[in-house]
Design a protein around this ligand. Structure first.
Ligand code: FMN
Ligand code: 7N5
Length: 349
């Protein structure tokens, strides 16, 4: 029996080959932001309310019309088959069972259609896309997601180029092992092969306009940190924002995601999600207090998957659910609407 996300990381580290553990755990450059994401939560302290008389708590919330049983969703992460042979299929089953959203990465090692099938009717599935320079390819990828029944499109905008990942360089990890592919990119080359995913340095608001025009799905921009960009995004027809620094894997020394969320939430009227460094139920409460509708978890899902496959993902999600419920109880909150800004104070260390 494991009692925390931290313990899942330790077990995953024992079980994974070095290159895979490093790929998941690591970040860009000096990994300042990887560490900052978690440390920023520790600098935020709770100021709980007592005697509110809530014998029961309800963690449910709604995200773009999708009901979820807790304000914790699965952030998009690439290559789940590095962690477990069933990969994204195992993750999808665990997300469906937990009653929360799985955001499938465009760089998944199982196709979006097969992820949807594995999750079944109970899974709320969203698709994360990197806009490609060929707009036709981008359109095909979005159609595939729509055909699979995805209910929102998460467009990642913090990756005009790929982050400098020194652990991966040292380990020589540049390609997936034999037999693993980015399955969504199949049949997208002239000869029907698997196309490489590009990072597009010229990405601009014009691309967002084209994607907004190309689908009826709600669009969430992921990787926005500046409130002025959040405002511009809404003007361009985006339905939500995902405050994120990509888990510290792209631009290093960026602000911790949790430190950016309050200003973004204050700038816009649309739902705001945040990910980066969420490891405890108290982190979930802090994010909601600062204005987030829900949080995402990236690495914790992969630690669960690497430690114990589908069951491990379920355990990680249920640990976070129980911790969040306990934190609600301690703070005097019966539901997500009760999590007020004054529950959080910032301290120096
Ligand atoms: C191994 C790994 C792969 C990732 N792949 C993607 C991806 O394909 N697309 C994307 O938008 N973000 C990707 N991310 C970033 C996550 O969506 C998320 O922002 C980040 O992991 C949150 O931080 P956390 O890991 O501390 O929870 C990845 C993160 C990790 C750790
Ligand atoms: C094309 C693969 C993207 C994976 C990714 O986003 C990450 O490793 O952070």
């Amino acid at each position: 029996m494991l009692f925390s996300v931290r313990e899942f990381e330790a077990l995953a580290r024992d079980r994974l080959p070095r290159y895979a553990y490093d790929f998941i755990a690591g970040g860009a450059d000096d990994e300042v932001t990887v560490r900052a994401n978690e440390r920023a939560f520790a600098r935020l302290r709770l100021l709980p309310r007592v005697l509110r008389g809530h014998a029961q708590r309800d963690l449910c919330t709604t995200l773009f019309g999708n009901e979820v049983t807790m304000p914790v969703v699965l952030s998009p992460t690439a290559f789940h088959r590095l962690a477990d042979p069933q990969g994204e299929q195992a993750t999808a089953r665990a997300a469906a069972k937990a009653g929360t959203v799985m955001i499938a990465s465009m760089a998944s090692t199982v196709s979006i259609g097969d992820i949807a099938k594995a999750g079944g009717a109970d899974l709320v599935l969203w698709f994360q896309a990197y806009i490609q320079s060929d707009i036709g390819i981008t359109r095909t990828l979005i159609r595939r997601a729509e055909d699979a029944g995805c209910r929102a499109l998460v467009v990642t905008v913090d990756s005009p180029v790929f982050g400098w990942r020194e652990r991966d360089n040292r380990n020589g990890f540049h390609d997936l092992p034999p037999g693993m592919h980015c399955e969504n990119m199949r049949d997208l080359t002239a000869d029907g092969g698997v196309r490489d995913i590009e990072m597009v340095p010229g990405l601009s608001w014009d691309h967002i306009d084209r994607v907004v025009a190309m689908t009826d799905l709600p669009i969430v921009l992921k990787g926005v940190l500046h409130p002025a960009d959040a405002l511009t995004a809404v003007e361009h027809g985006v339905s939500g924002l995902f405050v994120s620094n990509h888990g510290g894997r792209q631009l290093d020394t960026v602000v911790a995601a949790i430190d950016a969320v309050a200003d973004v939430a204050a700038a816009v009227d649309v739902p705001v999600l945040v990910d980066g460094g969420v490891r405890r139920g108290t982190d979930v409460v802090k994010a909601l207090a600062l204005g987030a509708r829900a949080v995402g978890i990236g690495r914790p899902v992969l630690w669960g998957l690497a430690a114990r496959g589908e069951e491990g993902v379920t355990e990680v999600l249920e640990l976070l659910r129980a911790e969040t419920d306990r934190a609600f109880a301690f703070c005097g909150c019966a539901s997500v609407d009760h999590v007020a800004r004054d529950l959080v104070r910032e301290v120096r260390c």
